[in-house]
Design a protein around this ligand. Structure first.
Ligand code: GAP
Length: 454
């Protein structure tokens, strides 16, 4: 497949952000106080959608495998963890300040930055620009543990969930039935004082990671690295992201993180260009070796006739960044019967609401009662919504905008023959199905493969 150079869809980050705010997916955080740089709160539909993203990741990583166990480690760890991991010394970006416009920029990314006085120019490009020398800026948020605020009580909010996994290696291998190759998976919040956050929920200072550390015999690491790159690419495709909008890009030597011997990014073509969705790194034995040396506890695998430090392959993604990719991929605008509609063509398993139950005539007590009964039956099995408010066309469009794949409409005929209309969000096809079989049919559809373009 030839690689696309530029984004071809109708979404923009601004349109997606506006829809998210209008329909209760994402709000600027502490909005009534003017917000806080790049912090967002998730509203009802955002929460449901994120639960689904986490759930799908969990299902593929833990539930459907027998070589994986779960972990939920603390956010604030012993600060020595971050000394050993290399984050205290090396988790930094080079930054420059402009003495003229007082803005701060990433020195290694000036071509994506805008001058404060002349936004069409990059920093340093105009005679007014007066940039300082670059200096390293550590991205970890510092805090203090206990009542005394001194250097001995400094601790950090974790900048990645991965280290919580490495420092639990011994606990896990001595308490659970695992043997390399095996993985430890964790979902949780991470924090980075990013110099230039932005693009809505793409780069945040507080975000949620989904990371898995896969421990393997050293000789097998390269092969497992390839395996996990392909496995994760297929996961994104299985949830409906367009194949032409996904690519795998291997890091050059100069780009590799301090711990990595090889990393490939799975990139997605966002409306703002090709950007990292998820990283898949071969971390070698860097982390277990570092923690063994710094803690004095040997982190190694001891089998019947073998003893070695496992190598680690790590697929690391983010809930917020995946959510933005699903929203951009699904966002569409089209003309239907002379009216414009905005629709989120989300994979049914990612969509916040699976089915809307709508009595055709809101004033008809029998229809409302039948619809309500059906809704109460469905909501035990899936996220469902009941809506008897406004004209039916308006209700359909409301559901289209939040990405609800199916609507069941109760009408006159339902009262006569116990059938309902099933409306499909994407094709707009309407078919009659039996009321009694509706739940089973939708459960089967949720398990079926789905692709965005039919
Ligand atoms: N443990 C390896 C690690 O943390 P990373 O590439 O820095 O690697 C992994 O982060 C993933 O976490 C990224 O691919 C992205 O999905 C997400 N992520 C990282 N920084 C983020 C940020 N500032 N805002 C939102 N998501 C972020």
């Amino acid at each position: 497949m030839t690689e696309l150079e530029t984004y071809q869809g109708v979404a923009t980050i601004e349109k997606v952000a506006a829809l998210c705010r209008r329909r209760g997916f994402v709000f600027p955080s502490s909005d009534i106080y003017g917000g806080l740089g790049s912090a967002y709160d998730y509203g009802h539909y955002g929460v449901l959608m994120r639960q689904n993203i986490r759930g799908e990741w969990w299902r593929s990583m833990i539930q459907e495998r027998d070589d994986m166990v779960a972990l939920d480690s603390a956010i604030i760890l012993n600060p020595q963890v971050w000394v050993a991991s290399g984050h205290v010394a090396g988790f930094s970006d080079p930054l420059v300040d402009c003495r003229t416009c007082k803005l701060r920029f990433r020195a290694d990314d000036l071509e994506h930055e805008h001058c404060g006085r002349h936004p069409s120019k990059h920093p340093g490009e105009t005679p007014d620009c007066d940039l300082t020398e670059a200096r390293e800026f550590n991205l970890m948020f510092e805090t203090f543990v206990g009542p005394v605020r001194d250097s001995a009580s400094v601790a950090y909010l974790r900048p990645e969930t991965a280290q919580g996994i490495f420092v639990n290696f011994k606990n896990v291998t001595s308490s659970l039935r695992v043997k390399p190759p095996f993985g430890i998976a964790q979902i949780g919040k991470s924090f980075r004082n990013e110099i230039t956050p932005g693009n809505f929920i793409f780069r945040l200072r507080e975000f949620e990671q989904m990371e898995m550390e896969y421990f393997v015999p050293p000789a097998d690491a390269a092969q497992w690295h390839e395996y996990w790159i392909e496995e994760r690419r297929r996961w994104h495709l299985s949830l409906g992201l367009r194949e032409s909008y996904l690519r795998v890009r291997a890091h050059g030597a100069e780009e590799l993180s301090h711990y990595s011997s090889a990393t490939s990014d799975i990139e997605y073509l966002y409306p703002i260009g090709w950007l990292e969705l998820e990283g898949v790194a071969n971390r070698g034995d860097y982390d277990l070796r570092q923690h063994s040396e710094h803690s004095g506890t040997k982190l190694e695998w001891i089998g019947h006739d073998e003893r070695y430090i496992p190598h680690v392959v790590e697929p690391a993604g983010g809930v917020d960044r995946f959510m933005l990719a699903f929203l951009c991929d699904g966002y569409d605008e089209e003309e239907v019967a002379g009216r414009r509609r905005t629709v989120l063509r989300l994979h049914p398993r990612v969509a916040p609401v699976k089915v809307a139950v709508l009595p055709l005539i809101a004033k008809n007590g029998d229809m409302v009662e039948r619809a309500r009964r059906l809704y109460e039956e469905l909501r035990r099995a899936m996220s469902a919504e009941f809506d008897a408010d406004a004209a039916i066309g308006k209700r359909y469009r409301r559901q289209d905008e939040i990405g609800t794949p199916w609507a069941l409409t109760i009408d006159e005929q339902t009262l006569e023959d116990d059938t309902v209309t099933l409306r499909d969000r994407d094709s707009l096809a309407q078919i009659r199905i039996s009321l009694a079989g509706a739940k089973q049919l939708l459960l089967e559809r949720l398990e079926q493969p789905w692709s965005p373009r039919g």
